[in-house]
Design a protein around this ligand. Structure first.
Ligand code: FES
Length: 209
């Protein structure tokens, strides 16, 4: 004989308690299904390239200052410099590291900021074009660019300035051939190469800044 406490007096065999239990189970099942769908999508099965392992605390040393940031491991150095640290001198031209407009120095060597993940730069010294002027003292490369009219639209200029500074840091008496070779990875659509080379050579002839 069935347990009467689980049935209604109307003989339907389905009481209010059963209904509430069933509803609760349905809600729970829906929630679990939604969560599972989200997880599958987050794994890249539902959406392309949306996988993220979350932000991580990262310390970057930029222009002599330490910055502690919460960054996703996929964060590109160029984006972090521009978007998180508001250092917009380095430019994002083509996402392909082809122009050199994103040139910065890492541990004294010229590097394209869009070619590095920020987390790769932990423990290294990053220098952007902003470090070459404090508002009063301006690096000789910058004043040389102005003197020799080495810029037009100026979009490539910060990258060229950093690349030129790196050449002259490496060899304060760099030759024309050396300068041209070291600046070979930077492109200027406006064709200001002559002025840039004149600037670099003039500083090199003085033995460097
Ligand atoms: S000054 Fe315009 S791209 Fe170089």
């Amino acid at each position: 004989m069935p347990d009467q406490s689980q049935t209604t007096n109307r003989g339907s065999g389905y009481n209010r308690r059963d209904f509430l239990k069933g509803s609760g189970a349905a809600v729970a099942a829906t929630a679990i299904a939604a969560q599972a769908t989200d997880e599958v999508q987050a794994q890249g099965k539902g959406k392309p390239n949306v996988v993220s392992s979350g932000a991580t605390k990262v310390k970057l040393t930029v222009n002599g200052k330490d910055h502690v940031l919460m960054l996703e491991p996929r964060a590109v150095l160029l984006d972090v410099l521009r978007n998180d640290l508001n250092l917009t001198g380095c430019k994002d031209v083509d996402d392909r590291t082809a122009s050199g407009a994103d040139t910065v120095m890492i541990d004294g060597k010229p590097v394209l900021a869009s070619s590095r993940l920020a987390i790769q730069c932990v423990g290294q010294t990053i220098q952007t074009v902003e470090s070459l002027s404090d508002g009063k003292n301006v690096d000789e490369v910058i004043t040389g660019f102005v003197k020799h009219d080495a810029m037009q639209c100026g979009f490539c200029t910060p990258g060229f300035v950093m690349a030129t500074r790196a050449v002259l840091n490496k060899n304060p008496k760099a030759s024309l051939e050396e300068i041209q070779k070291q600046l070979g990875g930077n492109i200027c659509r406006c064709g200001t190469y002559h002025g840039i080379t004149k600037c670099a050579l003039e500083i090199a002839k003085k033995g460097g800044a």
